[in-house]
Design a protein around this ligand. Structure first.
Ligand SMILES: *[C@@H]1O[C@H](CO)[C@@H](O)[C@H](O)[C@H]1NC(C)=O
Ligand SMILES: *[C@@H]1O[C@H](CO)[C@@H](O)[C@H](O)[C@H]1NC(C)=O
Ligand SMILES: *[C@@H]1O[C@H](CO)[C@@H](O)[C@H](O)[C@H]1NC(C)=O
Length: 213
């Protein structure tokens, strides 16, 4: 029997809202620093993520499924405190080039700030706890399903919006990409929602109002 953990997990998100008074699913906190056509610059607060590395793969979809399968077990109690964690959104898959036609994928689950001390993952899951400092992200939203066939196009769309922004903006508004090849795809919705879906492409940037390290 094949278990599609990501599908299962994302399917549960709206169910939550049908069965219980609708508590919003928690997401990492940010403020919007700048809005321009097809791009938004956000300043995220510090956050804690659990991360599953899927090395050297050429499929975003397979890697996300594989990494999420490990995260799913962690969320459902495969951790030092046997704690079941609250659902959060988005599921974030970061993609960076490893070799020609091969990328490292980091599939990440945001830890609710209510968790307090982060329970350590069971070692066999091979997960890492990551603390992110407050930092800026350029975001492009897109609808439909995030797939192997469209994420690269969306990422290029974000890069060209940032290029346009930089060439039109006064120097004080310039936005600088930290790494032109690394990007992440954030998925927010259950797979049975065929319309009204939200996904985002994220790239790390620096801009006015962003912390300097
Ligand atoms: C940022 O996060 C810290 C804890 O991680 C919290 O104390 C603080 O209130 C948050 N700031 C904002 C603006 O949300
Ligand atoms: C953005 O920065 C974070 C925290 O420094 C890092 O973990 C992540 O991999 C970076 N994401 C991308 C897409 O480069
Ligand atoms: C998808 O997720 C976004 C962000 O949480 C939400 O605003 C939107 O309503 C969701 N769409 C559907 C069809 O549930």
């Amino acid at each position: 029997m094949e278990i599609h953990a990501l599908h299962h997990y994302l399917c549960l998100l709206p169910l939550f809202c049908h069965l219980l008074p609708c508590y919003a699913i928690e997401s990492p906190q940010y403020i919007v620093l700048l809005t321009a056509p097809d791009v938004e610059i956000r300043l995220y607060n510090e956050s804690v993520w659990i991360s599953a590395l899927v090395p050297a793969s050429n499929s975003f979809q397979d890697s996300t499924e594989d990494g999420f399968h490990r995260l799913y077990q962690y969320i459902h109690g495969a951790n030092a405190n046997s704690l079941r964690l609250k659902k959060t959104a988005p599921i974030l898959t970061s993609i960076s080039q490893a070799a020609v036609n091969s990328c490292n994928h980091y599939v990440r689950f945001y830890l609710s700030r209510q968790v307090g001390l982060t329970p350590q993952p069971n070692p066999e899951l091979n997960l890492q706890v990551e603390k992110w400092r407050s930092h800026c992200i350029a975001v492009r939203k897109f609808s439909g399903f995030a797939k192997d066939g469209n994420i690269d196009k969306e990422k290029l769309g974000l890069v060209s919006s940032l290029d346009r922004l930089s060439s039109s903006a006064k120097s004080k508004n310039s936005v600088i990409l930290e790494d032109k090849s690394a990007y992440a795809v954030a998925q927010y919705n259950a797979s049975f929602h065929l319309s009204g879906r939200l996904n985002e492409v994220w790239m790390n940037v620096s801009a006015q109002g962003c912390p300097l390290y």
